[in-house]
Structure formats: structure tokens, C-alpha cells
Design a protein around this ligand. Structure first.
Ligand SMILES: [Mg+2]
Length: 284
């Protein structure tokens, strides 16, 4: 059963590695969450390894790192950031060897994810009467397209042609202020899956590829850490906590993002997704 704990740091000291979600843990719609830099510094001083596991596929690792830097979080290293976009990119470069990759999203995300040498084509440029060359489809991002026309084109494309479909960010929505959310790529993909009765290939939490990647990454030089050494910290039950639990890690829900204090218990009970710990934030 989950326990409410007053101090993230006290729990963190019992682990050798902390996996941190980004949005809702390190930052929110206003920017960096105050005091996060001190917590990262604390982890460094304690000799605790950390990795940031984010479902954001709109920016490359390097661009993510620059954003943290600009927000004032200077002490994160580029290779400590693991994004669902990196995994989608890896998958595409291994699996799709010919043809064009169609995408829903921004040019920028397309450029870094699809730089495998293959040509890419935005949904708006798809000619539904001529689909021969398209060999895969990627849901990248919730910006960079016309919601009125391009989602229809996506659905019609997927009705006409069977190709691997990749969802680079499975998040259904993300908070934009204290009360409201915006629909994210995962939400659009979910809509298409349910309308078309198809199953796409999802990257990002709660799917295990990102946890696997992070686990291999920390054990790259030598097999130093077991799953018992790792704590996964996140603000979302259905991604961070479910993913961490499935991978066999201890999990901590924090209340600085998607899950608020007054509905945490209700959501845990109704979803059946149970964190090992609940803590207000990672700040104390
Ligand atoms: Mg989050």
C-alpha cells in the first residue's frame, strides 16, 4: 500500500538511481519549478545517478537540454535526458528502410526524428490518390498541422493504406494551467486507433522501451545497478507510475503536476495504479 512521505530526499537516499519525469516534476506551464536545481544538486552530492525520462518528442535531446539550461536548470547533462522521440527515431532507422515517412507534427520534430536518411512528408502534403511511396506513419507532435483538415487526411490515409504507425509521444493531454489541459499527440493517436480499430506502436511511458533504454544506459560500462536500486518519480499515474511498476521499480507519485492532492487517493483507487510513495514534490 502506498505511503505518504514528507521528504523526497529522505526516500531518495535509500536508492542509487532516480528516474525523474520532466513535466510536472521538474517544470510546469510556468517554467522551472522553484528549488528543483537544489534537489538535482543534492542528488549529485549524495552520489545518486539520475535520468530524466520524458514523453516529449517535439525536441531532440540537445534541444531539451538547452531548454532546461535556459529555464535555469544548468546541472543536467545532455545524455541524462531520455526522450520518447529518441526511441521512435531508433525504431524507425532500424525498421523502415525505404519509402517516405509521413508525419503529423512540426517540421522541427520531423527533422530530428526522421533524419534516418529517408524522405519525410507532412500530412498536409499527402495525396490520398497516390500513396505508393509512403512506408510508415508517425504521430509526432500536437502542433504544426491544421486540426480541421489534417486529422481527416490522417484517418483517410490509415483507412487506405496499412503501414507501421508509430506514436512518438503517448501522452493523451498535458496541463496548460492549474485547471485545464491541451490535447497531445497520444490523444489524437488514441482517437484514430479507436475509430479504425487498429493498434499503433507506442513509444514513451508507460511502455517499457524507455525504461529498458534508461536501465541499459545506467549499466552501460558495467552492470552496476539492479532494479531494486532505482526509484521512478512522476506526476502521472497512467504513464510514470504504471510504467515504473510494470518495469519492477519502486515508484513515487508527486503532486506538482497532473495529479492533485485532493484527488490522488480517488484516482489511485479507481485506476488500481498504486505508487509506493506519495510526496508533495521533489523539493524537500
Ligand atoms: Mg509529467
Amino acid at each position: 500500500m502506498h505511503i505518504r512521505v514528507p521528504s523526497f530526499r529522505e526516500i531518495a537516499k535509500q536508492f542509487k538511481v532516480i528516474f525523474l519525469d520532466s513535466y510536472g516534476v521538474l517544470k510546469n506551464h510556468k517554467g522551472l519549478i522553484d528549488g528543483v536545481s537544489d534537489t538535482i544538486q543534492f542528488l549529485r552530492e549524495e552520489g545518486i545517478e539520475l535520468r530524466v525520462l520524458t514523453n516529449d518528442a517535439s525536441r531532440s535531446q540537445q534541444q531539451q537540454s538547452e531548454v532546461f539550461d535556459r529555464l535555469g536548470l544548468k546541472n543536467l547533462k545532455v545524455d541524462e535526458i531520455i526522450t520518447s522521440g529518441m526511441l521512435a527515431k531508433q525504431f524507425l532507422s532500424h525498421k523502415i528502410k525505404s519509402g517516405k515517412i509521413a508525419y503529423l507534427g512540426t517540421e522541427n520534430s520531423a527533422e530530428y526524428i526522421l533524419q534516418s536518411g529517408l524522405e519525410h512528408i507532412a500530412v498536409r502534403d499527402i495525396d490520398l490518390e497516390n500513396l505508393d511511396e509512403i512506408s510508415a506513419f508517425v504521430f509526432l507532435d500536437d502542433e504544426g498541422f491544421d486540426w480541421n483538415t489534417d486529422i481527416d487526411t490522417t484517418v483517410n490515409f490509415l483507412r487506405r493504406k496499412t503501414v507501421p504507425v508509430i506514436v512518438a509521444n503517448s501522452d493523451k493531454y498535458y496541463p496548460v494551467n492549474k485547471n485545464d489541459v491541451s490535447v497531445a499527440t497520444g490523444g489524437i493517436a488514441k482517437l484514430c486507433e479507436s475509430m479504425l480499430n487498429k493498434k499503433f506502436i507506442h513509444f514513451g511511458k508507460p511502455d517499457t522501451q524507455m525504461f529498458n533504454y534508461a536501465f541499459e544506459h545506467i549499466n552501460h560500462d558495467a552492470f552496476k545497478y539492479t532494479k531494486d536500486d532505482i526509484l521512478m518519480v512522476g506526476d502521472t499515474l497512467s504513464t510514470d507510475i504504471l510504467g515504473g511498476n510494470k518495469f519492477g521499480l519502486k515508484t513515487m507519485l508527486v503532486l506538482t503536476g497532473n495529479t492533485r492532492s485532493d484527488n490522488a487517493d480517488l484516482w489511485i483507487n479507481s485506476s488500481g495504479i498504486i505508487p509506493d510513495y506519495i510526496c508533495n514534490s521533489i523539493l524537500a
